[in-house]
Design a protein around this ligand. Sequence first.
Ligand SMILES: [Zn+2]
Length: 650
Amino acid sequence: MKKTLFTAIILSAFSLCSFSLLNAQFDLSGVIWDQDEIICKEQESAIAHFQTPSYRNQFASLTDIHYQTMSWEIDPAVKYIKGVITYYFRSRSNNLTQLVLDLSNSLVINSVERKGVPLSYAHSADQLLTIDLDKTLNEDDFDTLTVSYEGTPPSNGFGSFETGTHAGAPILWTLSEPYGNRDWWPGKQDLIDKIDSMDIYITTPLDQLAASNGKLISINEVGGKLVHHWRHRHPICAYLVALAVTNYAAFDQYVPLPNGDSIHVLNYVYPETLAQSQQAISSTIDIMNFYNEKFIIYPWADEKYGHAQFGWGGGQEHQTMAFMGGFSFSLISHEMAHQWFGDKVTCGSWHDIWLNEGFATYLAGLCLEEFSQNQYWPQWKTSTSNSAMSAPGGSVYVDDTTSVNRIFSGRLSYNKGAYVLHMLRWVMGDNDFFQAVRNYLNGAGDFGTTPEFESYLENESGLDLHEFLADWYYGQGFPSYHLQWSQQADSLIITLGQTQSDPSVSFFEMPVPILVRLNGVDNIFVLNHTTNNQRFSIFRGSASVDSIGIDPELWLLSKNNTIEQVITAVDDADKSDRFDVFPNPAHDFVQIISTKSVFSVEVIDVAGRKFKAPLANNRVDLTEFNPGIYTLLLLDGNQKILTTKRIILS
Ligand SMILES: [Zn+2]
């Protein structure tokens, strides 16, 4: 059973008076500008790594990587990597004779072997390392092998493996999304298979710290160098594996959990900015508390969260440790949000990138709602919706996944994606929306797709959201609302029309909130808009309408709306005109007695649905109507309203 979306009900007396700033401990200045910058940087990074469609490893789905040990030697002063990786994997097909990994041709293979026995391989110009298993695996057979390699990773724009300096000290970092891991380690870079578990060993000069994924197990001095051992026991995408090495200063934070435990937050920052970074990063605890409560507990609570400062101006949501150039509230909240949306549940294809970026953008907005309800939250809604509607077309659904500009479109994947989530929350209500998102996080597994997400939303709410997603996710554009209103007898009559910015959507069915100021008091009414020029009747009694506004709290994407008061026939009518209907309450019919001719009658129910009722000899046939309260609109020959009458049908 599906519920209908909404009925025309008074939600609450609504006041525009201001609230005090809920929480002023964070520096929120610049948060709106920051969002644009975050998007810009993520897009730049993705563009740099995204090359021709030949990136596709056609063989990725044939194997399932269970576990990897990854050992790297890094000196941050030198752009060079030396690595040894051991893979434990399962065949997902019969007659498997090869393991195919992505690896840049700038890197050189030293050896490929299984337990000391060399295996033959081919490292082709299309950046694939094809290893001959020297045996045939059937489905579910396990195998293991080790690859040793070294070299200078290629440079391409905001490279996946880069060096720089800060205050004269060398730093080296990686940044692989979406297809950069092959530039510095052989692996499968796809949205099919996560590495289920891994141990990372990074050997560095003595005075260095190495940031990476998972829990820091140990730092040991071996042969005049430091070996940093990180362990991660959760599934991880190849593009989220990362390291950064420099003379970091480290500091800890702890996020308390309801069960008395706490989540360790480990921060690696430049020593010269330690005090400043400690101040900027202090918001981490409140943001994570908020996400833990609103969604589900941080997915890697048994290991850590953290930040590592690096030499690129943006941020990257490396699993368990976000890398950032500097620390702003927006960037911290955006990258942390990705730990749930992007890292725990990763978009299952680039069509579905909004499940990463739309969510991260929306969660950063939700932080403003939580921590700065009156000031920055309205600004966020204005700037995000303005961006989404800055061109008439474009879908959140990525129609062309060969274009990185399209995938990482700030306007569509980030801002419109975030606003579509905001509208889903409006349509579903807070309880159902957030519960459905929690169910999705708990149930979706490693990868999520939009149809799966839809099923979680529908199961929780009981709503059929097919049409909503057809309009707002697959369809393009947004509506402009055209509202006409008049006061008739004891009713406010609203006619709500709609035009669309793009022909791909014929009509946006939406519950539309309307602000009506009656005798100086603001009220929100929700009009369930299902057809063009739909007429609604709102009981106002003897109160008069001061003003009307559409969507005052910015729940919807809509632009260029118009509002017009209509002077109707009844306003012009000679006050001696009389219109009576009886009986009231009625049963099967009402009779009209009037001094002017009534040509037709429309009946509006409390949900705003409009019906024609048969009219003959001034008698309105109501036998087809259920008991309830209705508004009758008495119309003249030009379909203008002569008057309205409220009746009870028993
Ligand atoms: Zn992002």
